[in-house]
Design a protein around this ligand. Structure first.
Ligand code: HC0
Ligand code: SF4
Length: 580
């Protein structure tokens, strides 16, 4: 251990600890802006670009995030001289920053705004030179505004180190430095997967989701066209934090009520389609297993993962399940089944909106193959943050609103669907049904929880015995972890070895959709992500039915509309193809 003093307090830390982290151990908070460390996912951004965390260490001013604690070191964090320096640093950042807080989407959750308030900055002494920097609205998912970028490099670290996609990096030099893409290509034309993890670590408004709330208000204003809305599994736990509730609080009935209060005509559940996904995906797996098809089967519900697979591993797309994501199974069922059977409306006489914890879903809904006759199945996909903004601007008090139930029949789901929103959940849900498909027996209540694939490690593997066959499964979250599995699979195939797994679940966001690129900002607090995951497991535990094949409304849908699992209509509405 290394012994030092910080503001006169003795502290002992492991070798390799920086001063900023050492100070936290004795409850001394050093103001900081660019620094971010998320141990659980191996994210470390300590490039010391902003200099806000300056401290005096043995007589020298140093950035505390990038300076390691040393034996006998004496650190001062808050002398008048240091505070004055810090203010100067923040004023310099502000001198080159648009002064448009009141119209900036990030207002209220901006790290730069917070630090300016915290340091009590009242005026900016420097009239800085301004450079107009680039903006990029080329994609359906992400907006980049480099005028608001403070060059903290968090997005670059996320994209390169955690996601291993590598589309963002510093370009140009000196005052002209910007974060950009290779050859300043539009993001939409790069290998960006639209995972949105860069948005989640951006401290300012430089990276945000593409805002579609205006289009949503327009749909709601058209009274002649009913608007159906679906909410993703992870939304019901994510939204709570936007309204001051504890992370992980289950707000299902409150979101339903808020959506009705906003004017959505039918409030349905993506979970219903998650149960449907399991019916199709388990069936596809069992077919591949028993008839010698391509194994491993890889889950296909995460659109950023699908993008990643298509662009980085086109040789492996044949292993992806052909099942659409629940979002994209739900919409055709709403448009071609519910609209016709219940509302007596044509497919283009209704609108379908989805609320997702994700920004890649905005891209997914624009994929041409997820529509028919020029009508895309889903009109709009909004993030949890966008929904929260709509609820706030309508003056709806989510915390105290009286809970309501989903509409029927596309609103009922089993517990298997809820856990889709957390890493390992799709795999667990699929096993609950695949087991019964193969053995014709039901797993008992205490056997349906596959604990080995729960938890927040990046890669979790297990072997499950199904009717005498050892089924090897793995769940990975983050694209860096996906890359490890894909490199391994590619190497096994090239060497003629049997692939290591039968089923691979991949979610692009570390932890799964509970940490999606459209969720409330956590500022790197991974405990919030874990609490959201725990919330989903609680919902599952308390549901009367916990296996997708027990959902009576799904059985009815097959009887009335889809026919056989994996049959003609199922293929038409529930499956898709990929590009390589
Ligand atoms: Fe997810 Fe989904 S679980 S991707 O993780 O599969 O976004 O929550 O909606 O579609 O259901 C996100 C979350 C979904 C889909 C579902 C899947
Ligand atoms: Fe990289 Fe994901 Fe951001 Fe695209 S969305 S730039 S892949 S981190």
């Amino acid at each position: 251990l290394i012994n030092l003093t910080i503001n006169g307090k003795a502290v002992a830390v492991e070798e390799g600890t920086n001063i900023l982290e050492a100070a936290k151990r004795v409850n001394i908070k050093i103001p900081n802006l660019c620094y971010l460390h998320i141990d659980d996912i191996g994210f470390d951004n300590s490039c010391a670009s902003c200099r806000v965390c300056l401290v005096n260490a043995d007589g020298r001013l140093v950035p505390s995030c990038a300076t390691l604690a040393k034996e006998g070191m004496k650190v001062q964090t808050n002398t008048p001289e240091i505070i004055e320096f810090r203010k100067g640093v923040v004023e310099l950042l502000l001198s080159d920053h648009p002064q448009d807080c009141y119209t900036c989407t990030k207002c209220g959750s901006c790290g730069l705004q917070d630090i300016a308030v915290q340091l009590g900055i009242k005026k900016i002494r420097f009239e800085g030179e301004r450079l107009e920097k680039s903006k990029d609205n080329s994609s359906f998912s992400i907006m980049r505004d480099n005028d608001k970028c403070i060059l903290c490099r968090r997005c670059e670290t996320m994209c390169n180190k955690v996601q291993t996609v590598g589309v963002l990096s510093g370009i140009n030099r000196g005052f002209s430095t910007e974060i950009g893409t290779f050859f300043e290509t539009d993001l939409a034309k790069t290998e960006c997967t639209f995972c949105g993890q860069c948005i989640n670590v951006c401290p300012t408004g430089a990276l945000l989701e593409k805002d579609n709330t205006d289009e949503a208000w327009e749909l709601l204003a058209q009274k002649e066209k009913p608007v159906m809305v679906q909410i993703a599994p992870a939304v019901r736990v994510g939204i709570s934090e936007e309204f001051g509730l504890k992370p992980g609080t289950i707000s299902t009935g409150k979101v339903v009520a808020a959506l009705k209060a906003l004017g959505f005509d039918y409030v349905f559940d993506t979970n219903f389609a998650a149960d449907l996904t399991i019916m199709e995906e388990a069936n596809e797996f069992v077919n591949r297993l028993t008839k010698g098809g391509d194994l491993p089967i890889m889950t296909s519900c995460c659109p950023a993962w699908v993008n990643f697979c298509e662009s980085q591993y086109p040789d492996l797309t044949k292993y992806l399940s052909t099942c659409r994501s629940p979002q994209s199974m739900f919409s055709p069922i709403a448009r071609y089944y519910f609209a016709d059977k219940v509302l007596d409306k044509k497919p283009d006489e209704v609108s379908v909106v989805s609320i997702m914890p994700c920004v890649a879903k905005k891209y997914e809904v624009k994929r041409e193959e997820l529509g028919e006759d020029g009508i895309l199945d889903t009109d709009l996909s909004l993030t949890v943050r966008e929904l929260a903004r709509m609820i706030k601007s309508a003056g709806i008090d989510l915390e105290n609103i009286e809970e309501e139930n989903f509409d029927s029949p596309l609103g009922y789901s089993t517990g298997a669907a809820d856990i889709f929103g957390v890493t390992g959940g799709v795999l667990e849900a699929a096993l609950r049904t695949a087991y019964t498909d193969v053995t014709k027996e039901e797993l008992s209540d205490d056997a349906i929880e596959f604990k080995a694939v729960r938890g927040f490690e990046g890669i979790k593997e297990a072997t499950v015995n199904v009717a005498g066959t050892d089924v090897r499964v793995v769940a990975a979250s983050s694209l860096g972890c996906a890359r490890k599995l894909m490199d391994e699979l590619r190497a096994d195939l090239a060497a003629g070895r049997e692939p290591k797994y039968h089923i691979i679940e991949i979610m692009a966001c570390p932890g799964g959709c509970v940490n999606g690129g459209g969720q409330p900002f956590t500022n790197g607090d991974y405990e919030k992500v874990k609490a959201r995951g725990a919330g989903l497991y609680t919902i599952d535990k308390n549901k009367p039915q916990r296996k997708s094949h027990e959902n009576e409304d799904i059985k009815k849908l097959y009887d009335e509309f889809l026919g056989e699992r994996g049959g003609h209509n199922a293929h038409k509405y529930l499956h898709t193809h990929y590009f390589d």
